[in-house]
Ligand binder design. Structure first.
Ligand code: S3P
Length: 433
């Protein structure tokens, strides 16, 4: 599809939505299960393009993956040292998580592997992972001085060695790549971040019997003899997908949405804190633990929002939600000032630039700064216009809710929602028909 028209919502959004599986946890469930020697049943897997890139890579590396249904897989590996040399290029598609985490695992393997990906992934910085892995003894070569795809991982001379790495960025992909290489390294591997990023790798490795130690913003581990596979892994719903409904439900008058089975891992719930600070009416119901992760049903009702300020300290907890939060800020009273968001410039597209260029076509109220946004809420009339998604799933979904809450929108290149939320437009249609 070249273009999709989103009409202004004629009434509030009301109903229940079951939020699809978490993308970060789905990737990890397949990757880590492929390092065990017992079959693991993965439930509520997210069958999105990104996660299917991980499935294809793990199959190419010798894992057995049985597709039971769209959302249920059984994965079996051949033990911690059982991966085999892939006969083809490993195609990570649009997925930074697939590429960066797998680089960590493959750095320690006795065979050569070469990665490729789509046009967006070719532009994204990989030096942040290649540098620490090289300090561990990994041999990785990539374009532009070992910083970009295509990337080849060559067997290291001998065993990788554990390091203590002070990461300049709070990035779960960097942290996870190093910890995963640490599963195969001699000695202790420690990663320290400026702020703690999402901890799904840590929780899942612990569920597989690995002992991790935490101190402040540091986490460390030593190589285990094996990963002890649980019989099943249950993926929580993705709060990053719930984000669009949390915002739409807040800003479209007379809305009331119950979002079921949403992961509420505290390293991911920054959006709840920010929306509540803005005056949102959000209630957590039925809080429980599902697998290794906390989940809840979240009730959101429309509310009058006001502007807010937030910065670097909360950023890792809401990094993927900025495009949605920016939409909320456009409908809030007063200014919202976002700082410390420079990482958005190296996501699937430069999201700070994309937000200012595209959202302003619909409601001209956003100023971009070097590392953030200043959003002058509620003051402007919204108009219907055509906006480019940059083939970035989070941009497409955010433009959709912006159009819904405003005067409508046309989304150019809308199909990219398949990356993380294949049924997004179907759900939107159901809620608005
Ligand atoms: C992810 C970590 C984040 C996030 C990405 C998924 C993960 O990236 O933006 O969508 O699964 O570890 P960074 O680690 O680069 O911040």
């Amino acid at each position: 599809m070249k273009k999709l028209t989103i009409n202004k919502a004629m009434r509030g959004l009301r109903g229940e939505l079951i939020i699809p599986g978490d993308k970060s946890v789905s990737h990890r469930s397949v990757m880590f299960s492929a390092l065990g020697s017992k079959p693991v049943r993965i439930k509520n897997f997210l069958p999105s393009a990104d996660c299917l890139s991980t499935v294809a890579c793990m199959k190419a590396l010798g894992a057995d993956v049985d597709i039971i249904s769209d959302t249920e897989l059984v994965v079996k590996g051949n033990g911690l040292n059982g991966l085999k040399e892939p006969a083809t290029l490993l195609d990570a598609g649009n997925s930074g998580t697939t590429l960066r985490l797998l680089m960590g695992i493959l750095s320690a393997q006795p065979f050569v592997s070469t990665f490729t990906g789509d046009a967006s992934l070719h532009k994204r910085p990989m030096g942040r992972v290649i540098k620490p892995l090289s300090m561990m003894g990994a041999k990785i070569v990539g374009r532009e001085g070992n910083k970009k795809l295509p990337i080849t991982v060559i067997p290291a001379e001998g065993c990788l060695k554990g390091i203590s790495y002070d990461s300049p960025v709070a990035s779960a992909q960097v942290k996870s790549a190093i910890l995963l290489a640490g599963l195969f390294a001699d000695g202790r591997t420690t990663v320290t971040e400026p702020y703690v990023s999402r901890n799904h790798t840590e929780l899942m490795l612990e569920a597989m019997g690995v002992k991790l130690e935490y101190a402040g913003t540091s986490v460390s581990l030593e190589a285990p003899d094996e990963l002890k596979m649980p019989e099943e892994l249950i993926v929580p719903g993705d709060i990053s997908s719930a984000a669009y409904w949390l915002v739409a439900g807040s800003i479209i008058p007379d809305s009331e949405l119950l979002l079921k089975n949403v992961g509420i891992n505290p390293t991911r719930t920054g959006i709840i804190d920010v929306l509540r600070n803005m005056g949102a009416d959000i209630t957590m119901l039925n809080e429980r633990v599902s697998g290794a992760e906390p989940v809840a049903d979240i009730l959101v009702k429309s509310a009058k929002l006001h502007g807010t300020e937030f910065g670097a300290d909360i950023m890792p907890r809401l990094i993927d939600e900025i495009p949605a939060i920016a939409v909320a800020a456009m409908f809030a009273d007063g200014d919202t000032v976002i700082t410390g968001a420079g990482e958005l410039r190296v996501k699937e597209t430069d999201r700070l630039q994309a937000i200012t260029d595209q959202y302003n076509k619909l409601m001209d109220c956003i100023e971009g700064t070097e590392d953030g946004l200043v959003i002058h809420g509620s003051g402007k009339e919204s108009v219907k216009a055509s906006c480019f998604s940059y083939d970035d799933h989070r941009m497409a979904m955010s433009i959709a809710i912006l159009g819904l809450a405003g005067a409508g929108a046309e989304i150019e290149e809308p199909d990219c929602v398949r990356i993380s939320y294949p049924d997004f437009y179907k759900e939107l249609e159901e809620l608005t028909k």
